[in-house]
Design a protein around this ligand. Structure first.
Ligand code: NDP
Length: 292
């Protein structure tokens, strides 16, 4: 068997096109331009790339992009003051503080200073609570993108057995909540899980969000399962820099029913969902119907 490739790039292009069309309508009919503010503190190279891509795609969707780049030594109080300004700015509908923050800052404090209605990353404790209790929330972009691809591939997820490997607040836990919301039977595995391979083999849907290159191997996958690879790992192979996921793509493709590649899977969907969340935040702020 060779797994069907779930083309995240194509899904993401579709989401971005739908967002752009809605943004254009908002402009024409209401004179409203959704705005996303992205705050980057310091010079982490991967973060710089992400922030640049987010700015480009925000503008391409017809939204306003406000980029704030602060030096690594910025005082926490100054960052909090900027967030307060953005919270009060009616042109800004979404605020994203790029993580990780420098070590002298308390990331929880900073994230919880964002107005929950503008928290397009869905990391504010209010949004975490809303998601956990099945209420309308801002949903973290990476798991939301995974869910959208899973729904499109499977139709209903009801009753399927899902295993999420990884329990971070930004991927693993919200992913598990979303799958539970779609009536999967959910297991969250992590570094202390006993016999991870056996746990994973029980999964109809296997989501890997670990940060370990190619650790999910074919023997850990139920034949026909859908495998979503969230991992982004930079490795060197044959003297070349390469990007690989948490899943051994070649091996697992021979067993799984469907699989997301890296790159071109979950990554592009993450930014597309950020744009979708910003549009949703803008519609809510203006009392307008939300996009589908
Ligand atoms: P974290 O480091 O915060 O969490 C990793 C999780 O994996 C932890 O829960 C950890 O367990 C678990 N883990 C580590 N080693 C093992 C192991 N040997 N067996 C089982 N579980 C293990 O990572 P993130 O959730 O932030 O990110 C995960 C991956 O996803 C990374 O590669 C990251 O780059 C990528 N990512 C990709 C995004 C995208 O847009 N595609 C967005 C965000 C992240 P424990 O809690 O016990 O330590």
């Amino acid at each position: 068997m060779t797994a069907q490739v779930i083309d995240g790039k194509a899904f993401a292009a579709d989401v971005r096109a739908r967002v752009a069309a809605h943004v254009a309508r908002l402009g024409e009919e209401q004179g409203i331009v959704p705005g996303l503010a992205v705050v980057l503190v310091g010079e982490d190279p991967a973060s710089q790339v992400y922030v640049r891509n987010k700015g480009v795609q925000t503008r391409e969707a017809g939204m306003a992009s406000f980029e704030h780049k602060l030096p690594a030594e910025t005082a926490e109080a100054d960052l909090l003051a900027l967030i307060a300004e953005l919270n009060a700015d009616p042109k800004v509908h979404g605020i994203l503080v790029q993580l990780p923050l420098p070590a002298h800052m308390n990331a929880d404090l900073v994230i919880n200073a964002i107005d929950p209605a503008k928290d397009v990353d869905g990391f504010h404790i209010s949004n975490v609570g809303l998601l956990g209790t099945g209420q309308k929330a801002m949903v973290p972009c990476t798991p939301l993108g995974c869910l959208m691809m899973l729904r499109a591939h499977h139709g209903s997820l009801s009753g399927l057995s899902a295993v999420v490997v990884g329990r971070s607040n930004i991927v693993g836990k919200p992913m598990a909540q979303l799958l539970l919301g779609d009536s999967c039977t959910v297991t969250i595995a992590h570094s202390r899980t006993r016999d991870l391979a056996a746990v994973c083999r029980g999964a109809d849907i296997l989501v890997a969000a670990v940060g370990r290159p190619e650790m999910i191997t074919a023997d850990m996958v139920k034949p026909g399962a859908t495998v979503i690879d969230v991992g982004i790992n930079r490795i060197e192979r044959d003297g070349k820099a390469r990007l690989v996921g948490d899943v051994d793509y070649a091996g697992v493709s021979a067993v799984a029913g469907a699989i997301t590649p890296v790159p071109g899977g979950v990554g592009p969907m993450t930014i597309a969902c950020l744009l979708a969340n910003t549009l949703t935040a803008c519609c809510r702020a203006n009392g307008l119907p939300e996009p589908e």
